[in-house]
Design a protein around this ligand. Structure first.
Ligand SMILES: *Cc1c(COP(=O)(O)O)cnc(C)c1O
Length: 374
């Protein structure tokens, strides 16, 4: 339908309008082994401003550095903020590759909508991100297990103390060259079932990457560490429905009492689970391999019973940061449940899955999920 002349169509993000300001003071680089996770920022960042009156302004790539904001900015007071986590990999030919970036764009728009932040054209933002990656390509470590972590983030800069719908916002894409997420690498971790603090509940915001979901989980991490575990496994309700662990989606490979192998992961429909792109990829690959995937609300009892009867063969978490994290044990009500060691050894389901994901991410095999940007 034609727009009537008096309806002003506000501009969306337009990559063709991108302005680039090169840094005059390159930041210090370090050896890949010293990178850690998310400590080092690369030379440039992408910045786009939005206002209800003007829509999306021209995107800008600027030297990474501090930003000035009005102290009343909504983000500081009401946490009106959402983010994404994605990675760019360098393959053995030195090409830069992204992994299913359109999924991150879709999810960020869903998160933004939940917080009444503006939506944007994801294809255009990906084009801008590609430029950002090309500009800082020397920052991307060319080593398996290493990558450029990309952190898109959008927040309300509306400068009033009144809580209202966003009228001014900012979108950044920050870049951090990273090494393996867990210092211990692919060593199995122990999860602490946290029944005290609830991460997500039906009708809440657990299914969007909203900053406010994460602040309250620091206490759970501390409780997990006190219990001698490395991450919290979040459950909710008296049934203790399994949701996620740390910032990872959870999978359990369980042999049914009749002997069939089933890969369990909590389903998305009640809104308690962050729809992970690694999660989706694991589900799709598992189905391709002929593994039965059970995507349903998952009571912890199913897992605990399977552990007690030696039917829980494997458990692992998934997420962009760690890709896949083996779980070696669970602690529930002070009791330890240990999983079999061959569950995370060479040849296990999860190690095959990890190898497959990495092959795709590092472009060792041609696959439509890997977007090569040269
Ligand atoms: C980001 C995130 C994940 C993982 O999502 P990916 O798209 O696989 O990186 C899982 N759980 C939570 C709570 C998250 O924030």
């Amino acid at each position: 339908m034609a727009q009537s002349a008096d309806v002003k169509v506000l501009p969306d993000i337009q990559a063709s309008k991108l302005k680039v300001t090169n840094t005059s003071r390159p930041l210090p680089k370090c050896e890949p082994e010293e990178l850690g996770f998310g400590k080092v920022i690369s030379d440039h960042m992408l910045m786009i401003q939005w206002s209800a009156a003007e829509g999306w302004n021209a995107p800008e790539i600027v030297p990474s550095g501090p930003i000035g904001l009005h102290p009343f900015s909504h983000v500081f007071h009401y946490a009106i903020e959402c983010y994404e986590g994605m990675k760019a990999y360098k393959d053995s030919d030195g090409n830069i590759r992204m992994f299913r970036p359109e999924k991150n764009m879709e999810r960020m728009n869903v998160s933004a909508s939940r917080l009444c932040l503006p939506n944007f054209d994801g294809d255009e933002l990906v084009k801008c991100i590609k430029e950002l990656l090309r500009l800082d390509r020397d920052w991307i470590p060319q080593k398996k297990g290493y990558a450029m972590y990309l952190r898109p983030v959008m927040f309300s800069t509306t400068p009033w103390l009144g809580l209202t719908q966003c009228s001014e916002a900012m979108l950044f894409v920050l870049q951090s060259p990273v090494g393996p997420y867990f210092k211990s690498g692919y060593v199995p971790i122990k999860l602490h079932v946290d029944a005290k603090y609830i991460r997500a509940w039906p009708g809440g915001t657990g299914n969007v990457k909203f900053g406010g979901n994460y602040a309250p989980t620091v206490a759970s991490q501390i409780a997990a560490a006190k219990a001698g575990c490395s991450q919290a496994l979040y459950v909710y309700d008296k049934e203790e429905w399994v949701t996620e662990a740390g910032t990872m989606n959870m999978f359990f490979l369980i042999k049914s009492t009749s002997g069939t192998l089933q890969l369990f992961t909590p389903s998305l429909e009640d809104g308690c689970i962050l729809p992970g792109i690694t999660r989706l990829s694991v589900i799709e690959l598992a189905k391709e391999w002929g593994t039965e995937v059970v995507e349903e609300p998952l009571p912890l009892k199913i897992v605990i019973d399977a552990c007690e009867q030696d039917r829980c063969l494997e458990a692992f978490g998934t997420g962009t940061a760690a890709v896949l994290q083996p779980v070696g044990a669970l602690q529930h009500n002070g009791k330890d449940y240990t999983l079999p060691e061959d569950g995370f050894a060479e040849g296990s389901f999860q190690m095959k899955m990890l190898a497959k994901l990495k092959e795709i991410q590092y472009g060792e095999i041609e696959h439509p999920w890997s977007v090569c940007i040269t």
